[in-house]
Design a protein around this ligand. Structure first.
Ligand SMILES: [Zn+2]
Length: 73
């Protein structure tokens, strides 16, 4: 992954849910597009765009692709 992606903000609740439900984040789509993705996975395929840039939720946070935002009151 050489290119820069816009960081996507997610709430802590959503992040926890994505980790627990094994959702994978696609930086090209800017969204969680893949299920059955281990939280530390990398380079999985995206069913939406066909690219192999999907990473697990924990990995997305580690790589700075997503950022935890304050949840709305
Ligand atoms: Zn995608």
């Amino acid at each position: 992954m050489g290119k820069k992606y816009q960081v996507v903000g997610v709430t802590e609740e959503d992040y926890t849910e994505m980790v627990e439900s094994y959702m994978g984040f696609c930086p090209d789509c800017g969204d969680f597009t893949r299920d059955t993705t281990e939280p530390d996975a990398e380079n999985y395929d995206c069913e939406e765009c066909g690219k192999n840039n999907v990473v697990g939720a924990e990995q997305a946070l580690l790589l700075g692709l997503i950022d935890i935002t304050e949840s709305e009151e």
